[in-house]
Design a protein around this ligand. Sequence first.
Ligand code: CA2
Length: 145
Amino acid sequence: MSQPKVTVLHGPNLNLLGAREPEVYGYETLDDVNNALREKARIAGWAINCFQSNHEGELIDAIHAARLDETLAIIINPAAYTHTSVAILDALNAFEGKVIEVHISNVHKRESFRHHSYVSLRADGVIAGLGTQGYQAALKAILAT
Ligand code: CA2
């Protein structure tokens, strides 16, 4: 039998993690985050695909690919697209597995335009403000299902 699969999607500018604004986003790089997730998934016997893009359409294509290859869950930090993208919401609505939305910062403590999330209309769970540990918490929840 094939391994269960999880996809981790990171939206625009998250490639800068660890390099800028550490007071908001911490000191870990995106590679640090992904490598820690890969290690946890490997131990649990899951396949994991981590992908970052600065382009909305590429994130949508990755959600479609997850749907087609029967990925069981998506962990997504849509970054600024959280607050703007009906297109990402529509793509997630066509995905049948579990969706967990992660934000490194507590978006509710920040500017009011960050308080609304289109993706939350689809997400089964939302984690905000735990720093990069939020991704680990999301994966833990998925591996426990
Ligand atoms: O807190 C989060 O994870 C956010 O999704 C991050 C987005 C922001 O637009 C959301 O409102 C909340 C921004 C990602 C930018 O990432 C950077 C990382 C390091 C340095 C600069 C930007």
